[in-house]
Design a protein around this ligand. Structure first.
Ligand code: 0PR
Length: 388
């Protein structure tokens, strides 16, 4: 298997690949219960393959695909209340967050002379910000959470110093799907002239649609003056194939402060972290945005919230404790006496359920993505009843 001696026949290779691929779980089996990724829409997959060989690292060669990237960013910008958006389709939330922090760091260095910066972020922030701080030599000031697991505004205020280069808040936390008090933080950041980044990798593709269909959710986007950039991932709730994240900036100056000269390319500088990068993700994201439209995403977000509340109500009927009232399509719950690790193991053994265990608070965490149907949930609840 692991040698290159003989060229193999395509048929034999495919047979081998099928055997190996059979070890992977499939979204359609409904067993993947802790993933923010899901089965991409078939149309988005079709488009992705069409654009496989395009490289946005050298956009002058692929002007059509570069246009699609800009259009996709503008469409998502509008969705987030920004008329003229700048940014990139990147590999995912991690790369988008790295770009936001890099923009904040360079901006603070150029315009404020800060060279040993600090970032203030909640305990609930995704670990990608720790990677950013590590790579860019920044100090993390961890803001506390309040009793409802949202960032404590006072703790952010107390963390501000003359070295603060960015404040980070989350719209759809990784573990509980909660939305931080972004309007209050936006004011604080604006008044103190500090870069403010909102990580809506998960929530960015559902909050605007849920608000539009009448759910009572807070403002979180460019409508708030202090928000400088937003991460939103097409490969999570957007139904685009992996890899597809996006970083959206309020102003072009944030891309400009990251520009590195690229003398021998068709463009003279690059602001992205990677060089050679997939154009297929931009084309697939553009295609699924256009194909689904507002109506498609409203229906999707609403259906997933209904599934979330179906699961919540039935968990409580059996006797499980739901940790917080869900704001988005994530539920965290506990058995009154069994540890989440033990319950997770039992769920795997009884019927192959792959849940995840959250860290803060410790709980079983379910992300109700599009591949989990009502009948999967009914089956899951039956097993949970047996294990109670
Ligand atoms: N920001 C937030 C709020 C996130 O939840 C995540 C990922 C990221 C940024 C980073 O995004 P990328 O993973 O695209 O770089 N949250 C999940 C996590 O890391 C992603 C995930 C997806 C986990 C599928 C498991 C899984 O099977 O926990």
């Amino acid at each position: 298997m692991d040698n290159l001696d003989l060229p193999m026949d395509k048929k034999d290779i495919l047979k081998e690949l099928d055997l190996i691929h059979a070890n992977d779980l499939k979204y359609c089996d409904g067993r993947i219960l802790g993933s923010m990724c899901t089965e991409p829409h078939p149309f988005a997959k079709e488009v992705y393959i069409k654009f496989l060989d395009t490289n946005l690292g050298d956009p002058g060669l692929f002007k059509g695909t570069k246009f699609l990237e800009n259009e996709a960013i503008k469409i998502m910008g509008k969705l987030l209340n920004l008329d003229d958006a700048y940014g990139n389709i990147v590999t995912g939330g991690t790369e988008a967050n790295l770009m936001a922090i890099r923009a904040a760091k360079n901006y603070a260095k150029i315009y404020k002379g800060i060279t040993d910066g600090e970032i203030i972020m909640p305990k609930s922030a995704h670990f990608s910000f720790k990677k950013a701080a590590d790579m860019m030599n920044l100090k993390i000031i961890e803001a506390q959470l309040d009793d409802n697991y949202k960032i404590d505004v006072e703790s952010v205020r107390n963390g501000i110093s003359d070295k603060t280069i960015a404040i980070i808040a989350i719209a759809g936390t990784t573990e509980l799907g909660l939305i931080d008090p972004i309007d209050e933080l936006s004011k604080i950041a604006f008044d103190n002239d500090i870069y403010f980044h909102v990580d809506a990798a998960f929530g960015g593709f559902s909050i605007p649609f849920l608000k539009e269909s009448g759910y009572d959710l807070p403002d979180f986007d460019f409508k708030l003056d202090g928000v400088c950039s937003i991460t939103v991932d097409p490969h999570k709730m957007g139904l685009a194939p992996i890899p597809a994240g996006s970083i959206i900036f309020r102003e072009k100056k944030y891309l400009d402060v990251m520009a590195i000269e690229s003398p021998y390319l068709t463009v003279k500088n690059q602001s992205t972290i990677v060089g050679t990068r997939m154009g297929a993700s931009s084309a697939a994201t553009y295609a699924i945005l256009k194909y689904f439209g507002k109506e498609g995403y409203i229906n999707l977000a609403d259906k997933l919230m209904k599934n979330t509340f179906y699961l919540k109500d039935n968990l409580e009927k059996i006797g499980y404790n739901v940790i917080v009232e869900p704001e988005l399509n994530i539920i965290a719950f506990n058995h009154p006496s069994k540890s989440p690790e033990k319950l997770s193991e039992e769920l795997k053994n009884i019927n192959g359920w792959m849940v995840s265990v959250s860290n803060c608070p410790k709980a079983i965490r379910i992300v109700l993505m599009n591949h989990i149907s009502k009948s999967h949930l009914t089956e899951f609840l039956k097993d949970l009843k047996k294990l109670f």
